[in-house]
Design a protein around this ligand. Structure first.
Ligand code: FEO
Length: 389
């Protein structure tokens, strides 16, 4: 178990998973994943969520170490997704007198995630309901769609701790020393990104609470290396679909390297013209979740794609699908396409962007015929001028 200190009464009992290949069977996690769980020791004892079944035995051991001779009175289930409920049934069997405190929505879904029926042990709670443990008192705040409908968060008033479910989480184990924002941003946009309005609703409720610590179900206890406001400000930007940085993300797909050559040339032109930051990415070779993150991060974006089978190159099609699905909006965009005999990629990109909210598409476009030619350079210059203008 990571050596993490919260307070004399609130203990960390979560687990690091260094062996998982893909989180949610889709996201590469080069530094693994943490499944956080906490224990509040007072007159009554409450466990805050379980962990993924992959780490059940380690979690139960951590729990027993902190419990000593005591038994838990409650397990607070804030989120039923299996990365947090996967070891719940094992704990319910181990402690038959332990009650389950969870949202009303979650109470109705619980049996979907257990083999046996535990409904007689459920104490369903709603918005603002409180649970006293002695000196510690939990207030439950509903947070639907951050990131499932049954999610709630819990505020402990004596130590001013917000147990935040998935909110403020990140990829990576707790024993990894890495930048919080990088992996929290990738986590947010790919996992919670579609639900900006719901994340905003939670932030508004949280603004009314005096919070000194945030205990997410993933990632470090906050504040970590920055003041607490740093993390809340990031969530404010992300959940309002505001751009975090002034810069251009040039996202390209290229079958034989020619569209890539044009994308890189455009990147050079943009830098020479004073773009604050330019990131040029081959979508086929970069982690697509990282590219989704970068698309949301910068205020300008270029889509450069080859035509393929009379349509979009599949990797670009997938990228645009993901952006649309995650509510991509509020950007200035430019289009470069390529086609050796019938270029249609640009038209297809435009159609997809026009279906999104508040995407301003540059009038200048560049359409390559197989390879980048000297004639294309002034076209790229004009496109760069308009994009930066
Ligand atoms: Fe960490 Fe939505 O589960």
């Amino acid at each position: 178990m990571s050596d993490i200190k919260i307070s004399d009464s609130i203990k960390y009992i979560g687990t690091d998973d260094h062996d998982i290949d893909l989180f949610e069977s889709q996201y590469v996690v080069p530094n693994g994943m943490a499944y956080n769980s906490y224990l509040i020791l007072d007159d009554k004892v409450a466990i805050m969520d379980s962990v993924d079944a992959r780490k059940k035995d380690e979690w139960l051991k951590n729990l027993k170490n902190e419990l000593g001779e005591r038994k838990p009175d409650y397990i607070i289930v804030q989120h039923l997704e299996p990365d947090h409920s996967g070891s719940l049934e094992a704990a319910l069997k181990e402690y038959p007198d332990m009650k389950i405190v969870t949202s009303q929505k979650s109470a109705g879904m619980l049996s979907q995630f257990t083999e046996e029926d535990y409904s007689s042990r459920v104490e369903a709670v709603g918005e603002g309901d409180k649970l006293s443990l002695g000196n510690h008192e939990l207030t439950f705040v509903m947070a639907p769609m951050v990131h499932w409908p049954e999610v709630m968060v819990s505020y402990e008033s004596s130590e001013k701790v917000l147990f935040a479910a998935d909110a403020f989480g990140k990829f990576g184990t707790l024993d990894t020393d890495e930048d919080w924002a990088c992996e929290a941003r990738r986590y947010y946009f790919n996992i919670v990104g579609k639900y900006g309005a719901q994340a905003q609703a939670l932030l508004k409720k949280a603004a009314g609470l005096d919070i000194q610590k945030i205990c997410s179900l993933h990632g470090p206890i906050l504040p970590d290396k920055e003041p607490l406001s740093y993390y809340i400000d990031k969530y404010q930007i992300w959940s309002t679909y505001s751009s975090e940085d002034d810069g251009v993300f040039v996202a390209y797909t290229s079958i034989h390297g020619n569209t890539g050559k044009a994308a890189k040339k455009l990147g050079e032109i943009l830098s020479a013209k004073g773009a604050k930051k330019v990131v040029v990415t081959d979508l086929a070779r970069e982690d697509i979740a990282e590219s989704v993150e970068d698309a949301f991060r910068y205020d300008k974006i270029v889509f450069a794609s080859a035509t393929y089978d009379g349509g979009l190159f599949p990797v670009m099609e997938d990228f645009l699908y993901r952006l649309g699905h995650k509510g991509f909006q509020n950007k200035k965009a430019a289009i470069v396409d390529n086609g050796s005999w019938a270029p249609v990629a640009g038209k297809k990109i435009r159609e997809k962007l026009e279906a999104m909210k508040n995407i301003t598409i540059c009038e200048n476009t560049v359409s390559l015929k197989s390879t980048l030619k000297p004639d294309n350079i002034p076209q790229l210059e004009a496109l760069a001028d308009e994009l930066l203008g």
